[in-house]
Ligand binder design. Structure first.
Ligand code: HEC
Ligand code: HEC
Length: 174
C-alpha cells in the first residue's frame, strides 16, 4: 500500500510537474500548511491568492471564515493573519493582472490617490467608473478598513478629490 502511494505520488510529480506545483498555490512560510488545508475546504485558493488586504482586513476575513466553520484555533489566528497579510498584502502583485497606466486628473488629492490607492489593485480600477458622492465615501472608508495607508484627514481629501473629479451623473451634482 505504502509503495503504491509512493509510486502514485512520483508519477504525479514527474508526469505533471506544473499541476503538482499549482496544487499548492500558497507561498512558503509559517502557517502555510495549515492554511492550505483549512482554507480550501469550502472554496478554492483563488479568492485568497487574488485578494490584497492589510492585517486588519485579513483579520476580519479570517474571523468571518472561522464563524462559518474554518478549522483554525484561537491561538493560530494571529499567525494566519500575519501570513496572509505578508503574502497577499498591499504591494504584492496579483498574478495575471497588469494594471493599465492612468493619468489622474489634476487636483488636490491626486497624488494621495496615486500613492495610496494603487498598491493592492491598479489606480485604473479606482477611476474606471464614475460614481455618486456617497458611494465614493463608502468605498474609501471600506478601503481604509482593509488596509489603505491613509489617516482620516487624507481619506477626506481623497473622497473630495474623487467626488469632484470622478463623480457620477451631473444631475446629482449640487
Ligand atoms: C466553512 C466553509 C469555509 C471555510 C473553511 C473557509 N471559507 Fe472563505 N468563504 C466561505 C464562504 C461561504 C464565502 C463566501 C461568502 C463571504 O464572502 O462571506 C467565502 C469567501 C472567502 C473569500 C472571498 C471574499 C471576497 O470578498 O471575495 C476569502 C478571501 C476567503 N473566503 C478566505 C478564507 C480563508 C483565509 C480561509 C481560512 C482561514 C477560509 N476562507 C476558509 C466559506 C469558507
Ligand atoms: C489594502 C489593499 C487596498 C488598498 C490600499 C486599496 N484598495 Fe481598493 N480594493 C481592494 C480590494 C480587496 C477590493 C475588492 C473588494 C472590495 O470591493 O471591497 C478593492 C476594490 C476597489 C474598488 C472597486 C469597488 C467596487 O465596488 O467595484 C474601488 C473603486 C477601490 N477599491 C478604490 C480604492 C481607493 C480610492 C483606494 C485608496 C483610498 C483603494 N481602493 C486602496 C483593496 C485595496
Amino acid at each position: 500500500m505504502r509503495r503504491f502511494i509512493l509510486a502514485a505520488a512520483s508519477v504525479l510529480l514527474l508526469g505533471f510537474p506544473s499541476e503538482a506545483q499549482q496544487s499548492n498555490p500558497f507561498p512558503a512560510g509559517e502557517s502555510r500548511d495549515l492554511i492550505a488545508v483549512a482554507c480550501t475546504q469550502c472554496h478554492r485558493a483563488g479568492p485568497i491568492t487574488q485578494l490584497r488586504m492589510g492585517e486588519a482586513g485579513w483579520r476580519r476575513q479570517v474571523y468571518n471564515m472561522v464563524l462559518r466553520g474554518a478549522q483554525i484555533g484561537p491561538d493560530e489566528i494571529e499567525d494566519v493573519v500575519k501570513y496572509l497579510a505578508t503574502n497577499f498584502g498591499p504591494g504584492v502583485p496579483v498574478p495575471g493582472v497588469t494594471p493599465a497606466p492612468v493619468k489622474l486628473r489634476d487636483g488636490a488629492g491626486a497624488d494621495l490617490v496615486a500613492g495610496a490607492c494603487g498598491t493592492c489593485h491598479g489606480v485604473d480600477r479606482v477611476v474606471a467608473v464614475a460614481r455618486p458622492g456617497g458611494q465614493w465615501e463608502a468605498i474609501v472608508h471600506r478601503m481604509v478598513a482593509i488596509g489603505a495607508p491613509v489617516d482620516a484627514g487624507q481619506a477626506g481629501q481623497i473622497i473630495s478629490y474623487l467626488q469632484k473629479n470622478y463623480g457620477a451623473a451631473p444631475s446629482k451634482a449640487p
